[in-house]
Design a protein around this ligand. Structure first.
Ligand code: FA5
Length: 332
């Protein structure tokens, strides 16, 4: 028998014998390093293969492999049995003296907060909250609001139609109609909610945004009531120095119509900011809901809630409101 084969037999029997008496993980690791580790006895023999005669080499190679498999297997088995024998912990694995983890307290989204704040301001002026569906029919989104079938605002390219007759509402003015259909005057409501338009998205425009709609119907309501209500809102929400300006505009459902601008302090500078549209309810709208326009008069307004929140909280880009970036959400 070649000297190498003898050496291999001896390594095998010595290694297996010494493994039998190992009783802890440290000694097992020592054993691994000594016998099968990268600098162990078995690896050392590999270097001597070049001295084996070509005739003996196949047999020696085969035996080397057998010994390696035997020692690796015995090692794994011993490791397993030592692990199983390790004493199991008793009692709870909990150190009650360790400092606890900080819990991050969440907060309502800035738009939700703005909606609640707006509703509170108008509630103090006697407005109640009304709601309406986001999926609307053409009648409530257009026809009842005095927007005739050939009006460009009804163009399918300017709306999110779901089928030929239903669409995602483009304005909260739809709730004016639904509120008037459901009750008799006098009436004083606000309605906040999502609206949808295929507008190109940029720092001030989104394809989905929120509006607050206001409607006041009574006898002898005038533009003075409208402007006073908006001024009260501006003072309550943006501070006593805020001013309101109405400039002529056009909406099919109000006559006369106006754009509402508020002069407010935007990061240290006083500026006029346009927040939405308003006007006196058009007689055709009253007729559509069965109110007598000779008896009843009223005003309505619709303001963009994102624009209000952006001014109030100094948010420069409308997209930040919808991206759910925690760096933004935790800073406003
Ligand atoms: C209207 O939607 C009318 N319904 C308002 C109204 C109500 C007039 C009642 C008269 C009586 P307008 O399309 O201008 O009007 O939109 C109102 C406000 O919504 C705008 O001033 C702006 O603040 C906001 N808004 C409009 N488009 C977008 C958009 N793409 N992204 C964010 N905000 C928008």
């Amino acid at each position: 028998m070649s000297a190498m084969l003898e050496e291999l037999n001896s390594i095998e029997s010595q290694a297996l014998a010494s493994l039998k008496v190992i009783a802890d993980a440290d000694s097992l690791e020592q054993w691994r390093l000594a016998w099968i580790g990268p600098k162990g006895r078995l690896k050392g023999l590999l270097g001597s293969m070049k001295d084996v005669s070509p005739a003996d080499r196949p047999a020696v190679g085969k035996r080397l492999n057998e010994v390696k498999v035997a020692l690796d297997g015995a090692f794994e088995e011993r490791k397993g049995s030592l692990g199983a024998a390790r004493p199991q912990a008793t009692g709870p694995m909990l150190d009650v003296t360790e400092p606890g983890l900080d819990l991050t307290i969440g907060r309502r989204h800035v738009l939700t907060r703005t909606i609640d704040e707006l509703i509170e301001v108008f509630a103090r002026m006697g407005f109640t909250v009304a709601t309406g569906p986001e999926v609307e029919d053409e009648y409530h989104n257009f026809t009842a609001l005095n927007i005739p079938p050939d009006h460009p605002a009804r163009d399918p390219l300017d709306n999110f139609f779901l089928d030929g007759k239903h669409l995602l509402r483009t304005q909260t003015s739809t709730v004016q109609i639904r509120a008037m259909e459901q009750s008799r005057p006098p009436l004083r409501i606000v309605s906040c909610g999502r609206v949808y338009r295929p507008d190109e998205v940029d720092a001030t425009h989104s394809f989905m945004f929120h509006q607050i709609e206001g409607l006041y119907v009574d006898r002898n309501v005038s533009m003075v009531d409208l402007k006073t209500t908006l001024l009260q809102f501006a003072h309550a929400y943006f501070g006593a120095q805020a001013e309101v300006k109405l400039t002529p505009s056009f909406f099919p459902f109000t006559e006369p119509s106006a754009e509402m601008h508020i002069r407010m302090n935007v990061r240290g500078q006083w500026r006029w900011v346009e927040l939405g549209g308003c006007g006196m309810v058009d007689p055709n709208v009253f007729e559509a809901v069965g109110y007598d326009p000779e008896e009843w008069s009223g005003f309505a307004f619709g303001l963009g809630i994102e624009r209000i929140a952006m001014r109030k909280y100094g948010i420069p880009d409308i997209r930040w409101l919808f991206e759910n970036d925690l760096r933004f959400l935790t800073s406003v």
